[in-house]
Design a protein around this ligand. Structure first.
Ligand SMILES: Cc1ncc(COP(=O)(O)O)c(C=O)c1O
Length: 456
């Protein structure tokens, strides 16, 4: 298989960095003059974009972003799934405009008619009968975990090594190089070491899950149905069914977070693969870019929560630790109704998945032709390449394949040629506005990036 010549890579990277700087003077100037922003960006993660400073965008519609220097990009990052419906989708814009400027009332701490419509739609898609809304997927996870602890009377959360579920404290645990649980590298000053609050298992390893559950102190297993935040790591056949069985056997709840894996279809992997979560979490995409998230509960879980609150053990209607002032606001619900009802429809998913399949097949052909030791995984409307082959089977294997230099080269190479990939990953997501021509342009640029890397 082809070996990467590191010296050659370093030279190509310098060339791409120079081009990036030269072609984005206005973005650079905005970054340099952002004296009042912590890290010179509105949110510290935006420093993750390749090139030393992010492009500042002027406008974004569908899957096209135009930056302040006048460059136009095919956007496969789509706000790392926040803009899976495309940027400013017409139906969502209409609904939020009507809510804000027509009927009025952005946030009132009161229900609107949209709320029950969205709850019923989430039930139709994912199966769970009861829903509550948040502003982020992180909050949906946080509140779901509290409810799981409340009804099981158990303290711990079980997660998978190198998972990501937002800034949920209990999830920042990994299996360390010595095989023992450890706080995830970079975890910002946890109040309590996550090895106290959590247990960690290895993805695709049911024996490791059972070993942890056997302690009898796990309230819930929290997982994505495919890992998507350390590359895409798909479940082996039978793994998810095994999780369900083990959760039931050991009296823990199964919490499925489909914030990213909704790419699998209109009902996510839960509908596609007949999963049976006790608590379901989603965020990011639902509101077409307007902040929102949701958690769903089975009837059994909802009944048990009500029994505990009726007994005075916990408070979910005041300051008991579940809820938020702007959560479930009228604007978010108007956005979710329009986005789910008119944009992220079953037909849209069919087209988006077909495009991601084309993306994956074409990128695979490039890799085969170049004999590159990389892998590409697809999950419905998203696909991601990873600098290792064969595709990793768990979070630790995938983390070990990280390559910052290659990452920056690939991101800058594509960006300099009008193709935006997700900064945190080599991920490409399709939205309803994505086209065959966009996918083929990626193939062309990706092929050129690979061929420059390997040609002598
Ligand atoms: C699976 C999953 N859950 C939750 C989150 C958190 O989403 P947010 O940052 O919108 O709270 C993310 C973010 O990437 C995620 O990938």
């Amino acid at each position: 298989m082809t070996q990467i010549d590191r010296q050659r890579l370093a030279g190509l990277l310098t060339r791409e960095q120079d081009t990036y700087r030269a072609e984005h003077p206005r973005s650079l100037e905005l970054h340099r003059s952002a004296d009042h922003l912590f890290g010179r960006v509105p949110m510290t993660w935006m420093s993750m974009w390749a090139g030393g400073f992010p492009i500042a965008h002027e406008s974004a519609h569908g899957n096209t972003i135009v930056d302040v220097d006048g460059h136009s990009y095919i956007d496969f990052a789509l706000g790392d799934t926040g803009a899976m419906a495309g940027h400013s989708p017409a139906a969502t814009v209409r609904a939020v405009t009507e809510r804000i400027g027509g009927r009025g009332g952005i946030t009132t701490m009161l229900p609107t008619e949209d709320a029950e419509w969205v709850g019923a739609e989430l039930t139709r898609r994912f199966g769970l009968p009861y829903w509550s809304f948040t502003l982020t997927a992180t909050d949906a996870n946080r509140w779901g975990v509290r409810l799981a602890r409340l009804i099981t009377r158990r303290p711990k959360l079980l997660v998978f090594s190198y998972c990501y579920h937002g800034t949920l404290d209990e999830s920042f645990i990994v299996i360390g190089p010595d095989g023992l649980p450890a706080s995830r590298p970079g975890n910002v000053a946890p109040a309590v070491d996550p090895t106290v609050t959590s247990r960690v298992a290895q993805w695709n390893d049911l024996a490791s899950v059972e070993r942890e559950l056997a302690h009898g102190d796990v309230a819930a297993i929290l997982t994505e149905p495919a890992l998507t935040n350390i590359g895409i790591v798909l479940p082996d056949p039978g793994f998810l069914a095994g999780l369900r069985e083990l959760a039931t056997k050991y009296g823990a709840l199964l919490m499925i977070d489909e914030t990213h894996t909704i790419s699998a279809g209109p009902g996510g992997m839960t509908a596609r693969d007949s999963l049976r979560p006790d608590i379901f979490v989603i965020g990011k995409s639902l509101g077409g870019g307007i902040p929102c998230g949701a958690y769903g509960l089975t009837a059994e879980v909802a009944d048990q929560v009500h029994a505990r609150t009726a007994a005075g053990d916990a408070d979910i209607v005041d300051v008991g630790g579940v809820g938020g002032t702007l959560a479930g606001n009228a604007l978010s619900l108007a956005a979710m109704r329009a986005t789910l009802g008119e944009v992220l429809t079953a037909d849209a998913f069919e087209a988006m998945i077909a495009l991601a399949t084309r993306f994956t097949e074409e990128a695979q052909l490039v890799l085969d032709k170049a004999d590159m030791p990389w892998s590409i995984s697809q999950l419905g409307a998203r696909a991601e390449y990873r600098f290792t082959w064969p595709a990793p089977r768990n979070g630790n294997e995938s983390a070990a394949a990280a390559d910052d230099q290659l990452d920056e080269y690939m991101h800058l190479y594509t960006l300099n040629r009008g193709v935006l990939m997700t900064p945190f990953h080599n991920m490409a997501l399709m939205c309803p506005a994505s086209t065959v021509a966009d996918v083929d342009r990626h193939t062309e640029v990706f092929g050129a990036a690979v061929s420059e890397l390997i040609s002598a």
